[in-house]
Every structure is written in C-alpha cells, then in structure tokens.
Design a protein around this ligand. Structure first.
Ligand code: GDP
Length: 692
C-alpha cells in the first residue's frame, strides 16, 4: 500500500452524537485530552470547554456550531465533526451527517434512550452512518447498562451488541470488562488505565457475552461461523475484524460504557473508533454530475484522482475571517491552488488551509483525500457548493435545508443599530443556512426566520450580546402557507387600450394541487403559435409572483402545478409586462376557485415527565390543539408523543416547567404542514384583511 493511501485508511471522520445533556461535550473534551490536543481539561459546568467556544453556548451548555476538530490517536487522524444536540438545529445535524463516515452515539445511563436521540438516530440511519454507542454516566445513581441496551433494541430497533460490561454501578462503578480482549480495565483518578485479569465473579458472564458477540458477527466470516458452530476459541484479531465488518455494514452497533466525567472508558472509545468505524476507503465512493454533460460521474477516495470537495460549513472567524469547512472526497487540496466552484461556475484560489481544533487552528499545506479542513480565501463559496479540479468539474449533491417555519421581527433602536443589524445578521445567516433575514423597508423591521423558537432566541441573543446591537425583539410568528385542494381553470386577461401603445396579454391556466413538499411546478402546454414562446417565461414569472404574494391571507402558496393551456396575443400590443400581469391574474383566479386553505407548521413533540404530572401535562397539551399519538410508561417516567401546531408551542418550555416543578422535559422539531380549521383560517384571514 502506498504511503498516502495508508493515510486515508488511517483517517476517521466521526461525529459525537447525543441527546442534550448526555455528555457529548464532556466526552469530546476527554477525547481531545487523551489524544494530546488539549492540556487543560475543561468542564462544562465551569464553562471552560474547548468545543463550546461561543459565550452563549457556555451559558446554555449546548453546542450549536458544527465545528470540526482534529486529533491523533495511535497513528489515526480522527476528525470530529460536531453535531448539535438540540433538535431546533436539525438541519445542522443533517449537514454533519452528510460529511462524516461514522458516529459515536452517547446515551445517559440513567435516562437511557431519550426522545431526541431517537430522532437523531433515525437521521443517522437515513444516511447509513455506522455507529458505536457509549452508555455514559455509569457513575450516577440509577445508571443501568442492561436497561439502556434493551431500550436501544426496542426504541431504536437496532442490533445493539455490548462489547463491554460495567464492573459495579453507580457510586461503586469502578471499571470495565473488555469482552473482546477478555480483560478488566481499571481507571485511576489521574486518568491512567490499568489492564487486569477478569475477576472470578465476572468470568461466566464475560464468556457468555463474548459468545453473543460472536453469534452476531459470525455470518460476516467463515472462520467465525465455524468457531461459533463448534464453540471453539476466537482470537482477538479475528473477532475485531468481524465486529468491524458487521459495524460498517450497519448490521450491528457495538455498545460500550463508562463515565466521561470521571474519565472512565474514554481511551477504549478512541480505540473502538479506530477498530470499528469506517475510513473514507470503507464508504461508497461519491457520485456527482458533470456540469456540462449532466452525466453522473464517480469520484474515488484517491489522492491522485481529480479534486472533489464539499463546502459544508461557513464560519466567520474573528481573526482569519471567512472560513469554509471542506470535506475532501477525492484528490488533494493544496494551499494556494486554483480550484473551480462547479456550482457558481467561478474559479477561486485557496488561501491558507487550517486544521481546526475548536478555536485554535494549525496551518497545513495540503489535505489528502478523505480529510477535513477549513480554507481561507474562498469568497464566493456557500454551504453545499462543490469545489473541484477546474479540468474535471463535478457537482456533488448539495445540502438542502428546509424552509423556515417561524420568525421574529427585530426593531433597531437607532440608525447605527440598523446598519449593525444588517451586517451582523448576514454573517450569522451565512453560518446557518436554515436561518433567513428579510428587511422590510416600510416598517423598518428586520425579520429573521428559522426552524424553531430556540434557534431564533439564540440568534437574537447573539445579536444583542456578541454584536452589541440595541434592538427590540418581537414575539415569534408562524410562517403559514397557502395551498389549493382541488383543480381549477381560469383566464387572466390584461388588456389596456388607452392612448399610446396598448397592452395585451391573455392566458388560460389550469392549476392542480401537488403532494406536500413538492413546491411549484410550471408546465407549458400551448400548441405552436398560440402565444409566442418568448412570453411564456413572463407568464411563469407572473404566476410565481401571485403564488409568493398569497391569495387568501397573504402567505406563499405552495405545492401546486400550474399549466398554461391556452391564450391569445396581439401583434402590436403584447409585451412581457402584459403577459406577466395576465399570468398573475390567471393564477389568482385559479386559486380563488380551487378551494384554497391555509397551512400551518406542525411540530413533533415528545414530553418526558414523572408519572405524577402526567395528568396535568396531558391536560395542558389537550388545551393546545395537540394530537396525542401515544404514551409509554417506563419506570415511573411517562413519555408522551404528540403533534402540536407551532403557533401553540410558543413558550411551552415555561409552561411545562411550571406544571412539573421543572422535572419534565421535552423536545420538538418541525414535522409537516397541515391545513388549519375553518375557524382558525377565518381568524388568520381577518387579521390579514385588517392589516391591509
Ligand atoms: P452535552 O449537552 O451532551 O454536551 O452534555 P455535557 O457534556 O454538557 O454534560 C451534561 C452534564 O452531565 C454536565 O453537568 C456534566 O458534568 C455531566 N456529565 C457528563 N458526563 C458525566 C458522567 O460520566 N457522569 C456524571 N455523573 N455526570 C456527567
């Protein structure tokens, strides 16, 4: 094997994935500590961690930005792509999952599989990301390894296979049994790990559990299968190779345990990342389209192959400026090199290249295939763009983000603040593509929109604090949409014949509803000569404008197909403007006829509460037009699954806290759009009429 391909083989791009508070930050800290990149270990609780470098994150104790950090463990280069724990940042999670090859999923040994973990788990499954799991907080009262494994099997429907067992539990949690090596691992307070023989009382369960691992991985290998059938010895290397194959094939998920806070079990996790998670060579090669021919091409993780890299994150760094995080899928990226952005069609020059370590950066000259780094100098590159070899252009699948569902208005206190708001928000919006900024000239308000109340709260607070803007922030507002429920056909005629040159545009349009999420489709079914071709795009622009402006309550109309079926034109008086107007009028007329409805965003909510508050929690949810899907009871804790209209969800965190004396928790994320009732529609529409 050549030296560089062995470098690729030794690369691991991983994400540490966890429910908020499960210990992701503490774990990441410990990983950085053991892999030699940090000297002082930060503690979340005193706000000095390496990864959570934004002030606000420290205060809230949540990790928001997807920074990529690099470290080295036993010859392996491990790139950790940070994934946010809060579901309001779902798009951030998806974005990270696109560029990582494997995940370390952390569970709280007391809480087990929490609601939010389920959501992230499903996302990781969607991207076929191989995972290993770490049951954390084994030192806490109530921690239970076996129960967590059962929950993983039941709730995540995964083939969770323990490759370790805890020795003791809660305050007597002392170490770990490594089932693969058949050794006991003991950890001292200063972070040293000592390997010992397995104590007599654990030998039987060790043998049984090891055999279970063999059973789960046997089908991947003949030797293992024979050993399993004949009940013979399996050596460490063979078993490891079997676990690796089964993990990468997503057949099993190896489960480990420990306590990140007490530094128990962290080194074995690093070992497992190297042993069991895929290198870029183990993942399927990436596909993309050649921009000129639109033909599919494949790029392999080889340094000699043409460069193909995906820009997955943009961060404005106070010292070096705009940093574009890149995942290199094939070829090599060099500082100073000229590259091609296949999406914008522009050539750009890579300035310096950095390998990041939270807010510390190390300059590097090149990044090999499979690697991750941040580049300076790519001014016109946005998230989702492909950076490639100018001679071998390719467009990799972009990262798509959902449309925002909630917004708040920001009103500056002075002109200076106004200027600062625009500038700061543009920077923030670049970092987070799920968040959009709009300026309303008439009201002087700036509208920011995103995927959830918390996300906007975080942005508004950053604006006020980090960028020192003085402004009032409004209550959150729902981004309603409109759509039609039946098909309709209507004519739009725009004809003016007063003085000078007249105007003539005449369009017959058919409109039909599309499935949710399909957006807008435009079809031209005119037969030759009915309307000159050049006016068709004007008609389309007119239809689009009418849809964007909304017809019943001023909200954008979505999920419709508009087909131009007929019309007429005038040799002299027809113009682009006239056909645009006619298109818009026809679209409005169709929507009026097609039983239009207002759609509202519906959030998926999961509340976890001690049983004693169950009645009150349900009562409160019922008063909010929620649809309860199911209730699960688990050792004194009730988990309620439901759907809640976004408009009813504002301030739910405060409500729930007061109902449950702060003991219940919840998570919510946008799920889908749904038509509102007649009464609600009437309310929304009348507000719109008054506002006009
Ligand atoms: P994150 O939200 O997933 O990043 O979780 P953090 O790393 O911020 O941890 C949340 C809380 O759990 C903090 O108060 C940590 O000190 C605590 N914690 C983390 N790991 C452990 C552990 O192994 N044992 C105990 N007892 N507490 C832990």
């Amino acid at each position: 094997m050549s030296q560089t391909s062995s470098l690729i083989e030794l690369t691991r791009n991983i994400g540490v994935i966890a429910h908020i508070d499960a210990g992701k930050t503490t774990m990441t800290e410990m990983i950085l500590h053991h892999s030699g990149r940090t000297y002082k270990v930060g503690r979340v609780d005193d706000g000095t961690t390496e990864m959570d470098w934004m002030d606000q994150e420290r205060e809230r104790g949540i990790t928001i930005t997807s920074a990529a950090t690099s470290c080295v463990w036993q010859d392996h280069r491990i790139n950790i792509i940070d994934t946010p724990g809060h579901v309001d940042f779902t798009a951030e999670v998806e974005r990270s999952l696109r560029v990582l090859d494997g995940g370390v999923v952390i569970f709280d040994g007391v809480e087990g599989v929490e609601s939010q973990s389920e959501m992230v788990w499903r996302q990781a499954t969607k991207y076929k990301v191989p995972r290993i799991c770490f049951v954390n907080k084994m030192d806490r009262t109530g921690a239970n390894f076996q129960r967590t494994i059962e929950m993983m099997k039941k709730r995540l429907k995964t083939n969770a296979v323990p490759i370790q067992l805890p020795m003791g539990a809660e305050s007597s949690f002392a170490g770990i049994i490594d089932l693969v090596e058949e050794k006991a691992l003991l950890f001292s307070k200063d972070g040293n790990m000592e390997t010992m023989d397995i104590p007599a009382e654990y030998r039987e369960i060790t043998a049984r559990s090891r055999r279970e691992i063999i059973e789960h991985v046997a089908e991947s290998d003949n030797d293992l299968m024979n050993a399993y059938i004949n009940d013979s010895e399996v050596d460490v290397a063979t078993l490891r190779a079997g676990i690796r194959r089964a993990t990468i094939a997503n057949k099993i998920v190896p489960v480990m345990c420990g306590s990140a806070l007490r530094d128990i079990g962290v080194q074995p996790v690093l070992d497992a990342v190297a042993y069991y998670l895929p290198s870029p060579l183990d993942t399927p090669p990436i596909c993309g389209l050649r921009p000129d021919t639109e033909k599919e091409e494949v790029r392999y993780p080889q340094n000699e192959a043409p460069l193909a890299a995906l820009a997955f994150k943009i961060v404005t760094d106070p010292f070096v400026g705009r940093l574009v995080y890149l995942r290199v899928y094939s070829g090599t990226i060099k500082s100073g090199a000229q590259v091609y952005n296949a999406v914008t069609g522009k050539k750009e020059r890579i300035g310096r290249l950095y390998q990041m370590h939270a807010n510390d950066r190390i300059e590097v000259q090149e990044i090999y295939s499979g690697g991750i780094a941040a580049a300076v100098g790519l001014r016109d590159t946005s998230t989702g763009d492909t950076i490639c070899d100018p001679k071998n252009p390719i467009i990799l699948e972009s990262i798509t983000f959902p449309e925002p569902v909630v917004s708040v208005a920001i009103e500056p206190k002075s002109k200076v603040d106004q200027d600062r708001i625009v500038e700061s928000l543009n920077k923030l919006a670049e970092e987070d593509p799920t968040f959009k900024v709009q300026y309303n000239q008439e009201t002087g308000q700036t509208l920011i929109s995103g995927m959830g109340e918390l996300q906007l709260e975080v942005i508004a607070t950053r604006l006020l604090r980090e960028f020192k803007v003085h402004a009032n922030v409004s209550k959150p507002r729902v981004a309603y949409k409109e759509t039609i429920t039946t098909s309709a056909k209507a004519e739009g005629r725009f004809i003016r014949q007063s003085g000078g040159r007249g105007q003539y545009g005449d369009v017959w349009l058919e409109m039909e509803p599309l499935e949710r999420g399909k957006g807008f489709e435009f079809v031209n079914r005119l037969v030759g000569g009915t309307i000159p071709k050049e006016y068709v795009s004007s008609i389309q622009a007119g239809v689009k404008q009418a849809l964007d402006e909304g017809v019943i309550a001023g909200y954008p109309v979505i999920d419709v197909r508009a087909t131009v079926v007929d019309g007429s034109y005038h040799e002299v008086d027809s113009s682009d403007i006239a056909f645009k107007m006619a298109g818009s009028m026809a679209a409005k007329a169709c929507i009026q006829k097609a039983a239009a409805v207002i759609l509202e965003p519906i959030m998926k909510v999961e509340v976890s509460t001690p049983e004693e508050f169950l009645g009150d929690v349900i009562g409160s949810l019922n008063s909010k037009r929620s649809g309860i899907e199911g209730i699960e009871q688990n050792e004194g804790i009730s988990i309620i699954q439901c759907y809640l209209p976004l408009s009813e969800s504002f301030g739910y965190a405060t409500d729930l806290r007061s109902i449950s004396q702060g003991r219940a928790s919840f998570f919510m994320g946008f799920d889908h759009y749904e038509a509102v009732s007649k009464d609600m529609a009437e309310k929304i529409t009348s507000k719109y009429r008054i506002g006009r």
